[in-house]
Design a protein around this ligand. Structure first.
Ligand SMILES: C[S@@+](CC[C@H](N)C(=O)[O-])C[C@H]1O[C@@H](n2cnc3c(N)ncnc32)[C@H](O)[C@@H]1O
Length: 402
């Protein structure tokens, strides 16, 4: 059982909360979800109520990893999956501090609560009445004063003085979408519906195509990364946009942020031979088209004209925007050659990475005669160079010299 009916959400908030606490405790102590559901059914709860309780308990346990207040909050499993990571929403909603904000597609309140914690006065809008009921509970649990509107993000009319924040759904079934027309609600329709507002923050797929026709014109596009993972893009418009900022890359939790201005031409690094060191520029910086500038600061060169792959002849100075790997071999794209090289070394587990090359990892493993045992620092990197493909055997920095 996952998403719930509005009346079940009302029941969960009013009478089901203690059941969620007990069910969470039971799951913490190793009881199975099925056993907990059976026990709840035996006490007279309906199938839907029992499923909602176990769904909320299981989501709460998962939320603990990132939500400090998880044990006081109510989620459905899907609403939690769709909710912004608090670390990311805390960063994003800083720009909304102390303002009147309409949060469109508020779900169970990840962004609403983060904005409220920065002093924003939030009106939370969603089509899903059950999620809004859980949001009302979550806001009360954290002492946040939120106005709730059950309605369509494309039809509500925020006050003229308000800022608009929107976090459209980015899944179609199991599939993540990147085209803005497939976001829910669609981004182009959102921008047109709220064309007159002071400023918008719209959360987008981090894989958004920079040529997507529905990207708001003149927006600042921010790419946000936590650890090594690219998490989201945000289009900032109107007053929310940084002055003359075309793109920004942000690294969390440190809060490092680099910008590219509208006036700035792109640095273009020279292409040269593969060196001793392969530079991994942070994906947020690559998406913000800042990799050549970062590479230039390290005296790096590109190894191919069309790939954001940079190299050096010696390890770079410490820099949060780059990681590096030592290049141990440059080989033709032939399993035989790779196998022969691996045999001369004590390399027993590797991962594959493709840079613009078709990659059939299963076929490679078959040809190399090695089981896919997961990475231990070694990589087989298939790279499309300007004059054809190559295989680079690389090893991560911390292991490279050990
Ligand atoms: C990605 S989730 C939002 C998650 C939320 N920001 C959070 O952090 O918890 C997208 C939400 O948009 C809502 N939604 C989709 N289309 C909508 C529309 N046309 N109007 C209002 N809400 C909509 C969905 O019900 C869903 O709750």
């Amino acid at each position: 059982m996952d998403e719930i009916a509005p009346e079940t959400a009302e029941w969960l908030v009013d009478d089901g909360r203690d059941h969620v606490t007990d069910a969470t405790d039971a799951l913490d102590h190793g009881e199975s979800e099925l056993a907990v559901v059976a026990r709840l059914r035996a006490t007279g709860l309906s199938t839907e109520q029992s499923g909602a309780v176990v769904g909320a308990a299981s989501a709460r346990r998962r939320a603990r990893a990132t939500w400090p207040a998880a044990d006081r909050l109510l989620f459905t499993r899907t609403a939690l999956e769709q909710a912004s990571d608090p670390q990311v929403s805390t960063w994003r909603t800083r720009r909304l501090a102390d303002a009147d904000v309409w949060d469109l597609g508020a779900g169970v309140g990840g962004d609403t609560l983060a904005a409220a914690a920065h002093g924003a006065r939030v009106t939370a809008v969603d089509l899903d009445a059950a999620r809004l009921t859980l949001l009302r509970h979550n806001a009360a649990a954290l002492g946040a004063d939120v106005t709730i509107v059950h309605g369509d993000a494309l039809r509500v009319r925020p006050d003229a003085a308000a800022l608009v924040h929107a976090d459209p759904g980015r899944r179609l079934g199991e599939r993540r979408v990147r085209r803005l027309v497939d976001h829910q609600p669609p981004v182009g329709a959102l921008v047109r519906a709220h064309a007159g507002v002071r400023g918008m923050a719209i959360v987008l797929s981090p894989a958004v195509d920079l040529g997507d026709p529905d990207l708001p014109p003149d927006a600042e596009l921010e790419f946000v990364q936590t650890g090594g993972d690219l998490r989201e893009a945000v289009a900032w418009t109107g007053e929310l946009r940084g002055i003359d900022v075309a793109a920004r890359a942000t690294l969390l939790p440190e809060g490092h942020s680099l910008t590219r201005t509208t006036a700035e031409g792109r640095a273009h690094l020279q292409v040269g031979p593969v060196g001793e060191i392969l530079l991994d520029v942070a994906p947020a910086a690559v998406r913000a088209r800042l990799h050549d500038r970062i590479g230039a600061e390290h005296g790096a060169r590109r190894i191919a004209r069309t790939r954001a792959l940079l190299c050096l002849d010696a390890p770079p100075a410490p820099d949060p925007w780059v990681r590096w790997r030592r290049v141990h071999a440059v080989l033709p794209v032939r399993a035989k050659a790779v196998r022969a090289w691996l045999r001369t070394r004590d390399v027993d587990a590797v991962e594959f990475v493709s840079h613009g090359m078709p990659l059939d990892a299963v076929a490679w493993w078959r040809a190399l005669g090695r089981p896919p045992r997961g990475p231990t620092g070694w990589r087989i990197e298939l790279v499309r160079m300007d004059d054809g493909g190559r295989v680079l055997l690389t090893r991560e920095a911390s292991m490279a010299d050990g």
